[in-house]
Design a protein around this ligand. Sequence first.
Ligand code: 5GP
Length: 206
Amino acid sequence: MLVVSSPSGAGKTTLTRALLGEEKKVNLSISVTTRPRRPSEIENVHYRFISKRDFEILRDAGELLEWAEVHGNFYGTPREPVERALNEGRDVLFDIDWQGTLQLYDKVRSDVVSVFVLPPTAEELKGRLVRRAEDTPETVNRRLRNALEEIPHWMEYDYVLVNHDLGESLTRLRAVLTAERLKRVRQQDIEKFIEGLLADLRRIAP
Ligand code: 5GP
């Protein structure tokens, strides 16, 4: 479970979508949200946009792996697609905030790898929010104020990445994924491979 969090506008979505484009073994967890859809967003690609009532029904039925209120809206991770992907041996990428990350830690800390993405400067963060131009000035301001609350949570993450340059950040994120997959405990077939290797060696060793 690869979790990537950041304040809004740090470039996380661009970064994670770029990773997904090249990593065929990674599924993106599509969250449900009560936030209105932005014009550029597609239902079931970016989010499943649902009513507050439907959100509460999912949450109360235990169908959300984690959930949180962010910027005045509700967001949550549907449990079933994540469990299915993990059971198929796939990795799952989560674009969720620190509150959701802590809830995943509580469930399966050893299965979670978390990355916190920071903007290079405060001006750049504001610039990206304004350039996105899909949110009202009021929403932009609220997201900037929220960044002040969110950034101190960098301490709760395994990795921290300052997003100066998309290409460089992508290389680093890929490096995290590669190294974490190489961890002995995550290499599911390695024991069988080593047994075979040793058996072959015993046969040919003088
Ligand atoms: P946005 O409205 O800009 O798409 O997302 C706002 C924030 O909500 C982002 O920090 C994003 O990572 C977070 N978020 C999106 N989906 C989820 C979710 O399912 N759970 C949690 N905890 N946070 C989410």
